[in-house]
Design a protein around this ligand. Sequence first.
Ligand SMILES: Nc1ncnc2c1ncn2[C@@H]1O[C@H](COP(=O)(O)OP(=O)(O)O)[C@@H](O)[C@H]1O
Ligand SMILES: [Mg+2]
Length: 354
Amino acid sequence: MSTRAGVDPRPAGDGPVLEARAVRKVFRTFERAPGLRGLIKNFVARDHVDIAALDGVDLRVERGESVGLIGANGAGKTTLVKILAGIVPASSGEARLLGRDSFDLRDAEKRRLALVMGQKSQLWWDLPPIDSFRLLKEIYGVSDADFGERLNRFASMLEVEDRLKIQLRQLSLGQRMKMEIIGAFLHSPEVVFLDEPTIGLDLISRETIRRFLIGLSEERAATFVLTSHDLEDIEETCRRIVVLDQGKVAFDGGLTDLSRRVTGKRAVEVHVHPGARIDEVALAAELSGFGAEVSGRSAGSLTVLVSADRLAALVPRLFTLLDVKDLSVERQPLEHLIREIYRRGVDGPAGGAV
Ligand SMILES: Nc1ncnc2c1ncn2[C@@H]1O[C@H](COP(=O)(O)OP(=O)(O)O)[C@@H](O)[C@H]1O
Ligand SMILES: [Mg+2]
C-alpha cells in the first residue's frame, strides 16, 4: 500500500465494503388522465403508478474490487448507486456501506466515500476548480502536503494542469468531468462510485479518464463501482460485471464467465505471413467441421469464431491450414455480449453466477 498518500491504511474489517440484501426501490409517479375528466378524477382519487426501479437486488462487494454495473436505460443502475451511497433510502431490504446502513452514514463513513455522477456537478460552478478543491480540502481535512501532492499528480494524469484556475463553467465538458474526478479523489476515498463518468465525452477524454481510473484502482486498495454506457470503459476497468435488467441482477461474475454463458464463443485472431495463400475451400470445410466461422478479415489477418469447448482442437488445425505468423484468442468483445444479453437474456438462472 502506498504510504505516499500519508493516510494510515484503515483496518480492512471483516465484512464486505458494500452490501445489498433484497433491495427494492419503488418510485410512485402520479398520472393524470388528460382533460377535464382527468382533473376531476384526480381530485377524487389520484391515480398513481408504482415503478419498481430495483426489485430484490443482492450484492456483496469486497475491498479492492472494481465492479462494472451495466444494463439498459432504466435498468436501475443509478438508483442502485444512489442507494448504496446513501443518497436515497431503499423502499425495503438492506443496503450497507463499510458495515453501516447506507442511509445512516456518519461523517466518518462519508469521508471514506466519493461519488461522481456524469450528469451532476459536485463542484462549484462559478469557481475555478482550484478554489473548489481548496474548499474540499478543508471539508475533508486533507493535509497541505497530501493536497499538493494529489492535486499535482491527478491534474497531470488527467492533463488539466493548465485549466485549474479557469472558472468551471468555462471549461469543456471533458475538462469539467476531469475536475469532478479530481475533486472526488482528493480525500483518498476507499469507496468510489462513478455513475456514467464518461457520458458525452470525446474519445481522448474517455481514454484519459479510463487510464486514470485504472491507475488509481491499481495503486490503492479502493473499491470501485462504475456504471457506463461505454462498454470499453467497463471492459478495461472492471474485473467483475453486474448486469441489471429491469431492477434485477441478471448476471454477476467475471467477464470471461459472462462471455461463456452468453455465447460460449471465442474469437481466434490469426495473422498470416504477408503474401501467404489461403486455401479458402479447405479452410471453409475445416471450420464448418468445428462449427466455426470467419467473422472478420483484414489485410494479413482473419478472425475465427468458435465455441469455447472446440477451441483447443481447432487451433492446431489452423496452424496446419494457414501460414500462421501469430495467433491470439480473445473472449468475445463485450459489446457483442451485451447485445446478446438484451436480445435473449442470460442463459441459466438469474444471478446464478453469484
Ligand atoms: N425520482 C424518480 N421518480 C420516478 N421514477 C424514477 C426516479 N428515478 C428513477 N426512476 C425510474 O426508475 C427506473 C430506473 O432508473 P435508473 O436507476 O435511473 O436507471 P438507469 O440508471 O439504469 O438508467 C426507471 O424506470 C426510471 O424511470
Ligand atoms: Mg443512470
